[in-house]
Design a binder for this molecule. Structure first.
Ligand code: 5GP
Length: 186
């Protein structure tokens, strides 16, 4: 029988570099699978339904919540985000290392409901550097940037609730540390 996979949560404030780190991780290992989330946020330029996210309006999203289709969901900077349950469960049963790249409240829900996971919190080197990264990526309007930064302060205080906290100084070092953390459970 196939070994069961594992759930790996990568969390931390918006702009810390979760997406970049996760992309590198996935690219380097066929056994990793990144869950595609659902959101009510408007697609950014170049984002495609079913690739970066499943994009739904609020009514559709709420319906899915009521149908119990999400492992977790949370409101973030005025939009809803959630992890579709079925695809994650299926991949774990198929022996995959499933990666969830999600914000802090959703990550806490997963930790409570599914204790068998590894959770990694990515910290920015400083709040100033976080602001610089969010602004530099140029994907959010001023209102969204301010909401994200305000929430970041509180999120960073939660880092102690997770298995490991890594300061994401640069992507290569973070990847090395994460691969080391994952290895023993492989
Ligand atoms: P963005 O709008 O920048 O794509 O994402 C905003 C925040 O929502 C990020 O911190 C991202 O990790 C998080 N996020 C993405 N998908 C999910 C999800 O399925 N659940 C939760 N709780 N957060 C998510």
């Amino acid at each position: 029988m196939k070994n069961k996979g594992k759930l790996i949560i990568i969390t931390g404030p918006s702009g810390v570099g979760k997406g970049t780190v996760v992309k590198e991780l996935i690219g380097n290992n066929k056994n990793f699978w990144l869950s595609i989330s659902a959101t009510t946020r408007q697609p950014r330029k170049g984002e495609i339904h079913g690739k970066e996210y499943y994009f739904y309006n609020r009514k559709e999203f709420k319906k899915k919540i009521n149908e119990g289709l999400f492992l977790e969901w949370a409101e973030f900077a005025g939009n809803l985000y959630g992890t579709p349950a079925e695809s994650v469960t299926e991949r774990i049963n198929n022996g995959k290392m499933v990666i969830l790249e999600i914000e802090v409240e959703g990550a806490k829900q997963i930790r409570e409901k599914y204790p068998d996971n590894l959770s990694i919190f990515l910290l920015p080197p400083s709040i100033e550097e976080l602001e610089r990264r969010i602004r530099n990526r140029g994907t959010d309007d001023e209102n969204s940037i301010l909401k994200r930064l305000k929430r970041a302060q509180h999120e960073i205080e939660s880092s102690i609730d997770f298995d490991f906290a890594i300061t994401n100084q640069n992507v290569d070092d973070s990847i090395r540390v994460i691969l080391d953390l994952i290895k023993p459970s492989n």
